[in-house]
Design a protein around this ligand. Structure first.
Ligand code: MCN
Length: 771
């Protein structure tokens, strides 16, 4: 059988999704189901004197309405310390616009919304901290006065690297802003619950159903075997659906209270203020280098916004930035530290890349700055500083880390796909012709961190582990069912895992079904985040399949009266090596597996489970190039070409891997040019619809020209690294570097994201107004 690993197999999951047969939480219709909606704070920071739901209860169709007071002992949503915990429903203080203050339950969504509008709250406004600068100012109002500061966590710089910076022939500094972004998945947050006489079933639009079940069990004091969590089809998560939301707990408690199933479904505007945001990081960077563009020292001071309540992973985000701050370069001295800071805004959590895009952005902007200061070509600066291929595994400033990589190779491949010299010539010609738009070229030679594991590290982040599980079962007719602990939300896992299992088992791809996202149907698992499902979950599938094959081979050997080691399996058939006529087909082996009378001493059944705990993370990398045109009159940026070479080791499904790159790059372009969550000085969100929060559509995006190189990882036997976050990690700096490059002859050295026409236009004016 030709190997399916490496083939662009068409997605198994699409027929359902494309024919309207998806089963998202909101498709769920249970008998007697009620609908739940939140009344949310309209103040960014206030003492909550009272919440009155009596008018809501008079709205036709409303069945119940509750505040925190109606749920004595209501468990909180947690936090890094007891004093910093986020209440599930606000109790006496609100800390961001959108924080839930009451819940209304009604016969339909419309009545629930009318009920929410009737909830009366009495606020005593408190001074608002709308921004990181405001939070860190002397005498700033405090979100948690007992803490005595708005800084909830920090890792100070190990040393200031001043000696190394001072010794460098040249030095420069950069102040970079990674603006706050909204994940804006197509399906907003949704949850439903049905608390029956024994079992609580929760449907949650989430990325890690076992973790939701375990946490619900702990919070509700209900044993986990009596809780079933189902993540059905999930319409995008982008990291934000790995976070914990009030819906999960409250849907369960309301269902128990009313003895009926309930469902909660966010509106788009709610989603933009209630779902955790991403990024919100400011980096102050100092770099020392020589005249040839060799980087000698790097100091990075990170200020991370965490919003109104610190989520554990928000505090972890700047740590990931620290890890990745040197990118794919060998820099003799690197120091980094961070402060995580509260503001009266939506809490911040993981968002595609989670801390690593920020690191990649900063180092790739630094490299271009060094090129600009020294006059050395930006590609040459990269080549001179790359970690050489022979240096892997490479010990970074954070200790031994990078598994494998060949950064020169990806860049060389990229240069095969573009004509660099011709583009530079075109850029020069365009500059000289006022009738033509300015042209700019931006590069991003990036390295990412994915394949999260290993357990030792994940336990440190408060997780159960960094392993992943898979089980493989063969039914009596030879059909294969895989059950996996990962939980996809758009990535195509059913297809990807089937390819891996088909290769090991030598059964047709069509004979494999993948079950996921249901704690009653799947053994304990960890979930999907940190681009881990392929490198960690894929290896678990491979191992479970190999174990299963061992048993199947034993049964086939019994049937053929041969020794198992003398058998081979190919194209759905077990044969004796050297005697191709002596063989038995998979379906017959499967059938016999359930007939103990024909199995001799072999135990009946055909299934196996494996858990894979990697020894290390994987570090996908690549080289991207963006070519932009900048309108001289309006400052509008048009992406003319986007060329991406990615290296995620062994590629399981090139078409889907390319889909991941396209989606990720689209998000990176969105950050570079369009998206920004904005707040007024009063902490009021200014981007509460998609008319204000500019998610680009296909019309704004270029055609993607994609290539890849293959540098396998030693972290798993597939040689596969993750790729789900690479595009979002690579693209922002490719775009910004290109726009800065287009304007560099005007003296422009930096532009803040999003690089809007107004920002570009202003930069063109203030730098001499040259056109
Ligand atoms: N793949 C491959 N070969 C590899 C690696 C990946 O063929 N060596 C392909 C596979 O098809 C696999 C997919 O890429 O199904 C993604 O695999 P992987 O990189 O292991 O990432 P995960 O499946 O763990 O997905 C998580 C990652 C993250 S962290 C975010 S955020 C994200 C993303 O994936 N959110 C997404 N991609 C998304 N895609 C969609 N459509 N929606 C989201 O919310």
């Amino acid at each position: 059988m030709t190997s399916l690993v490496g083939a662009s197999v068409v997605r198994k999951e699409d027929p359902n999704l494309l024919t309207g047969r998806g089963t998202y939480v909101d498709n769920l219709q249970l008998p007697r189901m009620l609908h739940m909606a939140f009344a949310r704070s309209v103040e960014a920071h206030a003492r909550l004197r009272s919440v009155d739901v009596s008018a809501a209860l008079r709205v036709p169709g409303v069945v119940a309405a509750y505040t925190a007071a109606d749920f004595p002992g209501l468990p909180s949503l947690g936090g890094p310390a007891p004093a910093l915990e986020r209440p599930t429903l606000a109790v006496d203080t609100v800390r961001f616009v959108g924080e839930p203050i009451a819940v209304v339950v009604a016969r339909d969504r419309y009545a629930a919304a009318d009920g929410v509008a009737a909830v009366q709250a009495d606020y005593e406004p408190l001074p608002v901290v709308p921004s990181l600068d405001a939070a860190l100012a002397d005498g700033a109002p405090l979100l948690f006065p007992d803490l005595g500061t708005n800084v909830v966590n920090q890792i100070p710089l190990a040393d200031d690297a001043e000696a190394e910076l001072a010794a460098a022939p040249r030095r420069a500094s950069l102040h970079l802003v990674n603006q706050r972004l909204a994940p804006a998945p197509m399906e907003p947050m949704a949850a439903a619950a049905d608390w029956g006489p024994t079992t609580l079933t929760v449907w949650a639009s989430c990325q890690a159903p076992h973790s939701v079940r375990n946490r619900l069990s702990a919070l509700l004091g209900k044993p986990s075997h009596e809780i079933r969590v189902i993540a059905p089809d999930v319409g995008g998560g982008f990291g934000a659906k790995a976070a914990w939301y009030p819906e999960f707990v409250l849907a369960a408690l309301v269902s128990r209270r009313l003895g009926r199933p309930v469902k909660a479904m966010e509106t788009r505007s709610e989603n933009l203020v209630a779902m955790t945001h991403g990024r919100d990081q400011v980096d102050d960077i100092e770099v020392g280098f020589d005249d040839e563009g060799r980087i000698l020292a790097l100091r990075v001071a990170i200020t991370q916004g965490v919003g109104g309540y610190p989520y554990g992973d928000a505090v972890g985000l700047p740590f990931l930035t620290m890890i990745m701050a040197a990118g794919c370069y060998r820099i003799p001295k690197v120091v980094a530290g961070f402060k995580a800071v509260l503001t009266n805004t939506t809490p911040v959590s993981a968002y595609r890349g989670a801390g690593r895009p920020e690191g990649s952005y900063l180092i790739e902007r630094v490299v271009d700055l060094v090129a600009d200061e020294t006059g050395v070509d930006p590609l040459e600066v990269r080549r001179r500083n790359f970690i050489p291929a022979e240096a892997f595994p490479f010990t970074t400033h954070m200790g031994p880390m990078y598994d494998s990589g060949d950064y020169q190779k990806s860049l060389a491949k990229l240069l095969e796909m573009i004509d660099y010299d011709a583009l530079r010539e075109e850029q020069a010609a365009a500059r000289d012709d006022p009738a033509r738009p300015l042209v700019g070229l931006g590069f991003s030679t990036f390295v990412e961190l994915g394949g999260v594991g290993p357990s030792a590290m994940m336990e440190g982040f408060g997780m159960l582990g960094g392993w992943e599980s898979a089980s493989a079962r063969v039914n009596p007719d030879g059909g294969v069912v895989l059950a996996v602990g990962t939980s996809p939300h758009g990535q195509g896992h059913e297809t990807m895992f089937s390819q891996i299992a088909a290769d090991v088992l030598q059964v047709p791809f069509e004979r494999i079904t993948v079950v996921h996202g249901d704690t009653a149907a799947v053994q304990e698992g960890i979930g999907t985040f940190g681009s881990r499902s392929t490198p960690v979950g894929g290896e678990a599938v491979k191992r479970a399949s190999a174990r299963l094959l061992e048993k199947a081979t034993q049964i086939a050997a019994h049937i053929l009266e041969a020794a198992p080691q003398d058998l081979q399996v190919e194209d759905g058939r077990f044969t004796v090596k050297g005697s191709p006529d002596r063989g038995v087909d998979w379906p017959e082996v499967a059938n016999k597996a359930y007939r103990p009378t024909q199995l001799g001493d072999i135990e009946a059944g055909l299934e196996a489970t494996a858990r894979f705990d990697p020894n290390s993370l994987t570090f996908p990398s690549g080289a991207h190039c963006c070519v932009v045109e900048v309108d001289r009159d309006t400052g509008r940026v048009r992406i003319r070409r986007y060329v991406a070479v990615d290296d995620c080791g062994t590629v399981i499904n090139p078409m889907m891997a390319q889909g991941q790159i396209m989606g990720g790059v689209a998000m990176g372009i969105a950050q570079a040019l369009y998206e920004k969550v904005a707040y007024g000085a009063d902490g009021q969100p200014l981007t509460t619809t998609l008319a204000e929060y500019l998610v680009p559509s296909a019309a704004e995006l270029p055609r993607f020209e994609l290539g890849h190189t293959v540098t396998p990882t030693p972290a798993n036997s597939l040689g596969a690294k993750g790729i789900g976050e690479s595009g979002a990690t690579a693209a922002p700096q490719a775009v910004v570097n290109a726009v800065v490059d287009a304007l560099s002859h005007l003296g422009v050295r930096d532009l803040e994201m999003p690089v809007t026409p107004e920002r570009v236009w202003r930069a063109m004016q203030t730098n001499g107004g040259a056109r």
